[in-house]
Design a protein around this ligand. Structure first.
Ligand code: ZN
Length: 281
């Protein structure tokens, strides 16, 4: 691919490459009509069908001018996924977007029982180990947008270009889901060839222990976590809504002991905060 194409695709590249590599039968993206026109030219060149439909408000708040764009290497799939989307048929949508069956069923169950999407902490509780390849912290979905639109917008602004740093485009059923890890590995291999800088940046952001406070607020470290103790040499410069005053204290130390309702920094400073560590390796 040309550098200009990669630059244009930016964080739609995972969906584009996913379709091109056959990991995803289809991809669904939201964008302006102007962006669609350029994307269509790139897709034509690479043998990918690219069509747009009017944006459906049930997918959450969006810019007035946005449209829904579907990509696929099989023309017939676009009609299929559009119909499935309109009828909210989760299983068909998941399959057409190339999500593993285990993850579709996890999402379906969770969504029905709790009327909300599973969040990283829910997913980490189901995982023996957490693979950085399927870290989805920066992969925000429509449900969150709909339910917490103000906070989402603020968060979105804060994390800026880190938004949609990812190797999978779905919510994994666990952070050790084999199928998700396999798909992420295929995409990562291709990104290392096509856009090595973005792949290196993605690795760097997704890897490492995360001190997770809530869905908008966490810190990512260069360091190691064992039992309750997080030892680190650096707090990564990743903007989330984590309280600045606590972040500054953490940056001055190199160890945190993590308890259910509080943290102990550097051996003696007690901070009241509910947080858990998700250790992405
Ligand atoms: Zn799964």
């Amino acid at each position: 691919m040309l550098d200009s194409e990669i630059n244009f695709l930016a964080h739609d590249i995972q969906d584009f490459l996913g379709v091109k590599l056959g990991i995803k039968p289809c991809a669904r993206l939201t964008m302006s009509i102007e962006r669609f026109r350029i994307l269509k030219k790139i897709c034509d060149k690479h043998g990918i069908y690219c069509e747009y439909k009017e944006f459906d408000p049930k997918f959450g708040p969006s810019s007035k001018n946005d449209i829904m764009v579907y990509l696929s290497t099989h023309e017939g799939n676009i009609d299929k996924i559009y119909k499935a989307d309109m009828a909210a048929r989760l299983l068909d949508i998941g399959r057409l977007l190339g999500y593993p069956e285990c993850c579709i069923s996890f999402f379906g169950t969770f969504n029905n029982e709790n009327d909300r999407s599973p969040f990283p902490l829910d997913i980490s509780k189901r995982s023996r180990t957490c693979s950085f390849l399927i870290n989805n912290l920066y992969n925000f979905d429509g449900n969150i947008r709909q339910k917490y639109s103000k906070k989402y917008e603020l968060f979105s602004k804060k994390i800026g270009s880190i938004k949609r740093i990812r190797y999978i485009t779905h919510i994994p059923c666990s952070y050790d889901c084999k199928e998700s890890i396999r798909a992420a590995g295929v995409l990562r291999k291709e990104m290392k060839i096509e856009c090595p800088e973005l792949a290196a940046r993605t690795d760097n952001i997704l890897k490492g222990p995360v001190l997770y406070h809530n869905r908008f607020s966490w810190l990512t470290f260069e360091g190691k976590f064992r039992v309750r103790i997080l030892k680190y040499n650096k707090v990564k410069k990743v903007g989330t809504l984590f309280p600045v005053s606590i972040r500054e204290k953490i940056e001055k130390e190199n160890e945190i002991r993590v308890y259910d309702k509080f943290l102990i920094l550097g051996g003696n400073q007690k901070i009241k905060m509910k947080a858990k560590v998700i250790d992405f390796k």
